[in-house]
Design a protein around this ligand. Structure first.
Ligand SMILES: [Zn+2]
Length: 466
């Protein structure tokens, strides 16, 4: 079916709407894909609304909100985070006065559901019915898990996003001590495999697939061959390995991307990053993503089936050479090595295959033995610094961790540890690793009595998401 896209010279069906100074997201995306050259930032948090079609608009935020105008009201994919929901609703209100018909959560992560309170407040203020909230059936269980593990989630998010004290700043977490904001709307209707939204003359299918999460959904509008992909496409290397979070599903993720291609998607409208318009561009980008995930999981499973240990696998499996420089696969948030670990965990459990690690001695006891063999803590820290200097940063970290484990208040050991982790952070690309390394460095600085301040969250996220 022929579809008029925003980049076609005519007819231009766009209407007057508040326009910001940012380059048109579709033009930018097409240029990046056609030239293969990155033009960061690809993940823009402008808060601006762009109309990409007569009845479809996006507010680029964290996450984006995709808005589809129908005769029965607005269908929205995702509501952005708690801190940005109100601004997103305001941007939509500057575009149209139509009531909200329904809100789709592509999944239950807070940057997608946190803004729902603002959408509900808008309906209430305008005296309109509450929009229907649609989501996969595992979303309510996720919310319950967030309540059960509130403290844990606050701690790991602070580490993941640069060791900052206040994850509130970007509106990812809720305010106060609650990870899940209290005004997040619970889903009204849930589904297991598929659900069709009928609104006006629009018919949009929701499909469930596991990927970044177990509760993911993507939308399909066959009338204009458009896929609303949530986090299945996010313009960074897929978040399929996250070291501090629950299981991700790289194999099913790749399968979902293949299904979007098979169904005939010509437009991909993601929750992070830029819209992708044009069949060839969709084939290239989704194909690359699927190939990278299939390769990592396929090789990991092959090696597991040969009886290889985790140690062998993580040092042997990597992304194929020809995909390493793709602007849409930059390992700036998550990274391939963690995806390998996640596949191992999914099929192999938590034991790494080293018999000593099955029921290990306390780290401090092992470290004390090694320090005794080396002669002193200084021998260990000196060697750690030497290795770091020589670029053997992985080894350097092991030695300096042992030094600190053997003597937890040793000034020189903590000084070396802070130095080594700052050095390691500099040569690391992914936000997840950078956050953990910064947190380790700051832990040692705090032990040394120094004043420790976290990174500004917006800045570290902006850099990480490119
Ligand atoms: Zn997201």
């Amino acid at each position: 079916m022929a579809v008029a896209y925003a980049h076609d010279p005519e007819p231009d069906t766009r209407q007057e709407h508040p326009v910001g100074t940012s380059p048109d997201p579709v033009e930018l995306s097409s240029r990046i894909i056609d030239t293969g050259t990155a033009e960061p930032p690809h993940n823009r948090v402008t808060g601006e609304l762009t109309q990409v079609d007569e009845d479809i608009a996006v507010v680029e935020s964290f996450s984006h909100c995709w808005v589809i105008r129908t005769d029965e009201g607005l269908v929205c994919f995702d509501t952005s985070g708690a801190g940005s929901g109100t601004a997103v609703v305001e941007a939509i209100r500057a575009w149209t006065d139509d009531p909200f018909h329904s809100l789709v959560y592509t999944h239950g992560h807070l940057d997608h559901v946190g803004g729902s309170g603002a959408f509900m407040a808008d309906a209430l203020n305008r005296g309109e019915p509450r929009p229907m909230v649609l989501a996969h059936e595992a979303v309510p269980a996720r919310f319950e898990r967030y309540r059960t593990t509130n403290g844990w989630n606050m701690v790991i998010n602070q580490r993941q996003f640069g060791g900052v004290r206040k994850p509130v700043a970007m509106g990812i977490g809720g305010s106060g001590r609650k990870f899940l904001p209290e005004d997040v709307a619970e889903p009204d209707t849930t589904f297991r495999d598929t659900l069709t939204i009928e609104a006006g003359d629009r018919s949009i299918e929701l499909h469930h697939a596991r990927g970044e999460t177990d509760d993911h959904a993507w939308g399909w509008d066959g009338s204009n061959l458009t896929a609303y992909t949530g986090d299945f496409m996010s313009w960074v290397f897929p978040n399929a390995g996250n070291p501090q979070k629950v299981q991700r599903y790289p194999i099913e993720w790749a399968a979902a991307l293949r299904q979007m291609l098979a169904i005939g998607a010509e437009r991909v409208f993601p929750a992070h990053g830029l819209p992708i318009v044009g069949r060839q561009r969709v084939e290239l980008v989704l194909g690359d993503l699927a190939e990278a995930l299939e390769h990592l999981s396929g090789r990991t499973l092959e090696l597991m089936n040969e009886g290889a240990t985790l140690d062998t696998i993580i040092h042997e499996v990597s992304v194929p050479e020809h995909l390493r420089d793709r602007p849409w696969l930059a390992p700036q948030y998550d990274e391939p090595e963690f995806v390998v670990r996640n596949v191992y965990r999914q099929f192999g459990g938590w034991w790494d295959g080293n018999a000593a690690n099955l029921k290990p001695a306390p780290e401090s006891a092992l470290a004390a033995e090694v320090v005794a063999l080396a002669g002193s803590v200084e021998t260990l820290t000196d060697r750690a610094l030497e290795l770091a200097e020589a670029g053997e940063i992985r080894l350097a970290c092991h030695l300096v961790e042992m030094a600190v484990a053997a003597e937890p208040h040793h000034e020189g050991a903590h000084r070396a540890r802070a130095n080594i982790y700052w050095q390691r952070r500099k040569v690391t690309r992914s936000l997840m690793s950078k956050g953990i390394f910064a947190a380790a460095a700051r832990e040692s600085e705090a032990e040394l009595g120094e004043k420790v301040v976290g990174d500004p969250l917006g800045e570290s996220l902006g850099k990480a998401l490119g």
